[in-house]
Design a protein. Sequence first.
Length: 237
Amino acid sequence: MNEVERYQSQQYQQYGGPIYQQGPAPRLISRRLYNIVLTGFVVLSFVIMAACSYITGTYEFLMFFMRNAMLFQIGSLVASIGGIVAMSIGRAKDNLTLGLVGYAIFTLTFGFTTSLVLAAYDMQTISVAFSATAGIMIVFGAAGIMFPRFFERIQGVLFTGLLAIIVIELVLAIFGVRQTATDIVVILLFCGFIGYDVHRASTAAPTLNNALWYAIELYLDIINVFIRLLALFGRRD
């Protein structure tokens, strides 16, 4: 049974009939190509972030940011949200063009925002944090494939924990308190999200839009681990 037939069979079993009769059937690709495309988009996201980091280090950008800091931050946030919305709509409508537009908007704006964080650390700290993040990605990515039921069971705990830590960090920020413990908790939570999202990506229908969507989810998981590791290692210096 090929990928198309397998996916159609799953839809029939789940919904009592092929759901694509109510709309256009998703354009499926081979699982191997799907994995290559997904990995490629994750890597491309980091390449874009690196390019943004180079630009934010220039004198011209620093002058622009100093004059327009608030406008830049608000604009980046709005554009990032818009990019995610465009990708979501593109995925729902199986519109790859819209998904790619959303991907470009999100990775550029988020890349510039993240680059401003990187500017606070030296290259040695960044290198150590990146190496540790790569190791975490390999370990928990493999765990997501080998132990899918475990990550399915803890998904509720992960989402609840994330909401709780966001509230806690907002309260701490109001009082000007920075705690290493919250960074550690966030790292542990996103280690779980890496395993869960790798599992979801590996079992999703192999379409280009799904590859794009799960690439961004994994990119965000990895970035959150990376930024928190930077904070931990940076405080030790």
